[in-house]
Structures are given as C-alpha cells and as structure tokens.
Design a protein around this ligand. Structure first.
Ligand code: ACO
Length: 436
C-alpha cells in the first residue's frame, strides 16, 4: 500500500495492522482512515475491537463532501470551489444557493428559471398562518420558526418520499422560498403586527425586508444598500460544511425523515448560543458591557471564567481568522453610511483590539467569528435582536438542503449511529424496592 497506508502496532499483542489512507481532492483537504478498519484490532476473540473516542467529533470525518471547503489554518472558505470573497462581491444569495445545490453557477436562463421557481413558492398556506397564530404573543421568533417548519411536514406529505429526486427538488424549492415568509411572520407575530404577504416583484432579500417592515404604503421599496448588505450576509451564512446544525441535518436525514422535520432539527441545533444563537448573544453581551470603559474589566472576568465566554469569538475550525468576519467588517461601513453608526460598534472594536493582544485569547487562537459583527449590522438596520438566529437560518437552509441531498445520493449512506465507550456499572441484580 506504500505511502497510502498506516501501520499500527498494538503493543498489547505485538500485532501489526496495515490500514489504508484515503485522501480528499488533495492531501490538505483531508486524509482519513476508515474507522471500521480499527475494529479488527482486538486482544481476544471476545474483545469488541478498537473504537476512536472523539467527543464533539473534533477529528472525525462523517462524510465525503464536494460542497464546501474550509481551510481553518489559512482562513479559506469556498463553495463548490468558488472563494467566498468573490461570491460575496459578485453573486446573489439565490445564485449561490443554486451553486450549492446543483454544483455549478447557473447561466442566465437557468438563473431566471430558478428565481421564478422560488418566487412562485413564497406564499404559505392559510392553515400554516393559523398554526403560527397559536403561538403566545411573546414567543421567540426562532422557536416559532422551528415549530412551523416542522409542522410543514404535515402539509406536504409527499415529502416523505426522500428517495424520489423530483420530490426532493420540490421540497427544496418550497423550503428556500418559504423560510423568509415564515421568518417574517414569526417576527410580526411577536410584535403583534398583521402579516405582510410576499411581493414577488422584489428580490429574495428585498421581499424579506418588505414582509418585515411594510406598513400602510402601497408598495414597499427596500433601500438598495440594505437589501444588498442582507444578500451578502446571506451568502456568507449559506453553508459551512459539517458544522453542528448541518451535522444535525445529516443525522436526522440519515434515518430518511422528511426534509421539513430534518430542517426543524437543524434549526434547533442552530439556535444554541454556541452556534447560530451567538449573534444574538453578542448583542446582549455588548449591551451588557455598556461602554468602552467597561471593556477591560469584562475581558478580565471572561479570562477568570466568571464572565462566561466572549461571544462571537473562537471557532472550531478557524484558528487564524474567519474570512467571513473580515467581509462583514467591510460591509458594516457601507451599512452605517445609510443607517448611521451603531453605538455598540465602538465597544466591539475595543473588545476586539484588547482580545487580539491578550495572551489568553492569542494562545487559544480565539479570533472574531462570523457572528461578532453581523449582529451589529442587523441592529443598525433596525432588526430586533431576537430575530438574529432566524436571519442565520434563512440562508443556511440552502446549505442544509445541499448537504442533505448529497447525503441521500451517496452510495455510502447509512443511518448515523455512533458508538460509545461504556463506563457505567457492571451487571448487577435488580433489588426489590423494600430491600433498597
Ligand atoms: N471566550 C473565551 N474563551 C473561549 C472562547 C470564547 N469565546 N472560546 C473558546 N474559549 C476557550 C475555552 O474556555 C478553552 O479554554 P481552556 O483550554 O483553558 O479550557 C479553549 O478556548 C478551547 O475551547 P473549546 O470549547 O474546546 O473550543 P471549541 O472548538 O470546542 O469551541 C466554539 C468552539 C463553540 C465556537 C467556542 O469558541 C465558543 O463557545 N465561542 C463563543 C460562541 C460563538 O461565538 N459561537 C459562534 C461560532 S461561529 C458559528 O457557529 C457560526
């Protein structure tokens, strides 16, 4: 097997094993050994065989994927080979979604058709609307989104046929088209405002802003700078390979559950403050800090473990810088020109400055991630903090669906079912309650 194998000697038995190494597109894209090949390494016939122990899957490849490439050391992110910087500069979210799902950038005709297809599916059924009205007045919009997307599986029952390409395509269109509508309705519900129906003349993000903010005017006209800024933020959030929520999507999808149920699960994983809930947590943290003068004492509290984590900092994969955070920082200037600056920006900049010089953060490779600045932009645009995770879920739907589809047509698809190393009690007898 030459260079493409690993020799392992088990010092318990003195036996040596040859295990093949499989590469990605090129070696830095990942090289892996088949985990099941370790099972042959055992000390006796009764021995179960060797497992790898990897809490949080920090070093486990759960799939082979051709969608998104991340090089955390060099701060590289590419969708289907296209650098994120170029997509953020030149593409639109809908075009990027097409790229993620179909593998290639569309030509003009394909893009028009795709845009038309999405635009035709933005409405939600009146029953779905009624379902949403059942939530309490103070329900968190992300909770409403998760519940409503899950409920869609009862409206589109043919979605269960996940092995059927045509059905997958239909549900994909529906989900990408309806997520902004559900998200906007969730927001308006929490504000006690009447719902605004989609305006299909507008762009994907223009229409979303319309459904959020339209009041009594006959036609809502989005500010082009804010419409574009939101589109860029959507591009940046569209996919990020096997992150927590995408892994949830794949795990749920691997049981062949319908995509609405799987997306509800993925969105639930996104909701947590260590993942997509971080943008909301950053804003709450900056508000709590309150002023530039309070930044040093806040950083000290984080370091001593008393102040919680510095939200918007750190990433499992990026250990140098998050390329998305850099693009967002530039975008912030364009948005602030229209909206006026967000007073929290000064606190954020000071926090970043101090953290980037401090050995605690430097030694742990903690840098601003995508969510450190996105919340400040959203807030400057007038978007309430509670819908920030929702703003992440809308574009990530494209990535979740691309990954789900890739998984379903992968000949290696098997239900996700990790193993464990059991550390509990050995066999013991049931003792009747009166004897305990
Ligand atoms: N603030 C302070 N310390 C931190 C932070 C932080 N934001 N992140 C990690 N650390 C410390 C940990 O306490 C740990 O220190 P120790 O070695 O002294 O125990 C060390 O850095 C390593 O931390 P882990 O939790 O092992 O890192 P992991 O890769 O598992 O976690 C994560 C990555 C979850 C993103 C983490 O950095 C974090 O909680 N960040 C804040 C939340 C956040 O911004 N999440 C958004 C991520 S981007 C996204 O999901 C889109």
């Amino acid at each position: 097997m030459g260079d493409d194998s690993l020799s392992i000697t088990d010092n318990r038995t003195g036996k040596t094993y040859e295990i093949p190494i499989h590469y990605g597109t090129y070696p830095t894209c990942g090289a892996a050994i088949p985990a099941l090949d370790l099972r042959q390494i055992r000390v006796s016939e009764e021995d179960f065989g060797l497992l790898t122990y990897d809490p949080g899957f920090t070093n486990t490849a759960s799939c082979r994927s051709g969608i998104t490439f991340v090089d955390g050391e060099r701060g590289i992110l590419r969708y289907r080979g296209h650098p994120i910087e170029q997509l953020a500069e030149q593409s639109t979210h809908l075009e990027t979604a097409y790229l993620l799902l179909r593998g290639e950038l569309p030509n003009e005709e394909e893009l028009n058709e795709w845009t038309h297809e999405i635009t035709q599916h933005t409405m939600i059924l009146e029953n779905v609307k009624k379902f949403m009205e059942g939530f309490r007045y103070d329900a968190h919009p992300m909770g409403i989104l998760i519940g409503t997307v899950g409920a869609l599986s009862t409206f589109y029952q043919e979605a269960k046929d996940v092995q059927d390409e045509e059905s997958r395509r239909k549900q994909t269109t529906r989900l990408i088209a309806k997520m902004p509508t559900i998200a906007a309705f969730a927001y308006r519900h929490s504000r006690g405002l009447p719902y605004v129906y989609p305006d299909n003349d507008l762009s994907y993000t223009g229409n979303f802003l319309n459904m959020l903010w339209k009041a009594t005017e006959l036609k809502y006209e989005p500010d082009p700078v804010l419409e574009r800024a939101l589109d860029v933020l959507f591009i940046l959030h569209a996919d990020h390979e096997q992150n927590c929520s995408t892994s949830a999507m794949r795990v749920i999808g691997s049981s062949l559950a319908d995509p609405y149920s799987a997306i509800a699960g993925a969105a639930a994983a996104l909701y947590g403050p260590r993942h997509g809930g971080a943008n909301e947590a950053v804003l709450r943290m900056l508000t709590e800090i309150g002023s530039v003068g309070n930044v040093p004492s806040f950083v000290e509290r984080v370091k001593s473990g008393e102040g919680g984590r510095l939200m918007g900092f750190g990433h499992r994969v990026y250990k140098n810088y998050d390329p998305r955070a850099q693009i967002i920082k530039q975008l912030a200037d364009e948005v602030f020109e229209v909206t006026g600056p967000n007073p929290l920006l000064e606190i954020a900049l000071e926090l970043e400055r101090i953290a980037l010089e401090d050995d605690y953060f430097v030694s742990r490779n903690l840098y601003p991630n995508v969510d450190f600045y996105s919340g400040i932009i959203y807030q400057a645009m007038g978007l309430p903090v509670a819908i920030f995770p929702v703003l992440f879920a809308i574009p990530r739907t494209a990535g979740w669906l691309a990954q789900w589809q890739e998984m379903l047509i992968d000949p290696n698809l098997r239900i996700a079912r990790p193993r464990q190393v059991y550390v509990g009690a050995d066999e013991r007898k049931y003792v009747p309650i009166e004897e305990r």
